[in-house]
Design a protein around this ligand. Structure first.
Ligand SMILES: [Zn+2]
Length: 311
């Protein structure tokens, strides 16, 4: 064999070896990246969405889903708000990622809008961050149900996006339960509700499983601040909300909700979570990766055990 031919063959073999060595290691790195979940990942999503105007918030979500290579549908709607003789037409868009193809459906939702003049980091960039990370890490998961991951629009204008979703719900899919995520970025305690009333018997079993498995500080209450879970309660469909709050906040939030959200006179009665919510100070700098990660893990455990446990 001429030396040149030998060299070519040797080179070819060497190249093949290099390809075999490099290719699997590259794949492993990608797989590791796919399961990387952390509070830092979550707070980075919040930093990207905070301060954006309504269309910018929706655009951010769409860009992330394209980046994850996850298909999504957009549910546009227009609504007329009447107040004080004024008529304002508001445009909204729910963004929905559907996984699985069974006839029973689980819904996981978070509103993506914010009140005007608030950056909307904790309320509710935090919920958006959790849903994005659930989608990213579960995109190859084999669900036993159909799961709709929803970013609801115009919650702050009166739970409109979630009401439109419920109104247009395809009842050939039997609803199993809806999990709502609203305000997940501060404090160190999981707050679940509204418990009772006959529309959470299925989901509470799995919430309690997640509580027992995760052992996070946990409180539940029959009284709970308003959010998109109410659109499902009216249907009626099984629903529950999960939030993160500071220790001592639950009692104050319950009291405040009972008054119909009246202004709180005594500063000691103001829940920590309300000090920045719906103000220009609702920024990621007041949030912690730990709070986001705690509610993320709690929600993921609940979702997986619900999907595994229900027929
Ligand atoms: Zn909210």
């Amino acid at each position: 064999m001429p030396p040149l031919k030998k060299l070519i063959i040797f080179g070819g073999v060497l190249l093949a070896v290099i390809v075999i060595i490099i290719f699997p290691s590259k794949k492993t790195t990608e797989e590791k990246f796919d399961v990387l979940e952390s509070g830092e990942t979550l707070i980075n999503y919040v930093k990207e969405i905070e301060g954006k105007p309504p269309a910018g918030r929706r655009q951010f979500i769409k860009e992330k889903l394209i980046q994850f290579a996850v298909p999504f549908t957009v549910m546009p709607f227009d609504t007329v708000l009447r107040s004080g003789g004024r008529h304002d037409t508001l445009h909204g868009e729910n963004i929905i990622v559907t996984m699985g193809a069974r006839k029973r459906k689980i819904v996981v939702g978070a509103h993506c809008d914010a009140v005007p003049n608030a950056p909307g980091a904790n309320d509710n960039g935090s919920g958006v961050a959790l849903i994005l990370e659930l989608i990213r890490t579960l995109k190859s998961h084999e669900f036993n149900h159909t799961v709709d991951f929803c970013f609801f629009d115009l919650e702050e204008s009166g739970l409109i996006g979630s009401a439109v979703y419920v109104q247009r719900y395809d009842h050939s899919f039997t609803p199993v339960a809806m999990i709502n995520l609203d305000v997940e970025g501060t404090g160190d305690e999981i707050f679940v509700g509204p418990v009772g009333g006959g529309d959470d018997d299925i989901i509470m079993k799995y919430i309690h499983e997640a509580r027992d498995e995760r052992q996070f500080p946990y409180e539940e209450n029959e009284i709970y601040p308003g959010s998109d879970h109410e659109s499902f309660a009216r249907a009626p469909m099984e629903n529950i909300s999960i939030s993160m709050v500071a220790k001592g906040d639950v009692e104050k939030l319950v009291k405040w909700t009972k008054t119909g959200y009246r202004n709180i006179e005594n500063p000691d009665d103001v829940p920590v979570v309300l000090k920045v919510m719906h103000t220009p100070e609702d920024k990621s700098e007041y949030m912690t990766p730990e709070a986001l990660y705690m509610s993320y893990q709690f929600t993921k455990t609940t979702l997986i055990s619900l999907d595994d446990g229900e027929p």
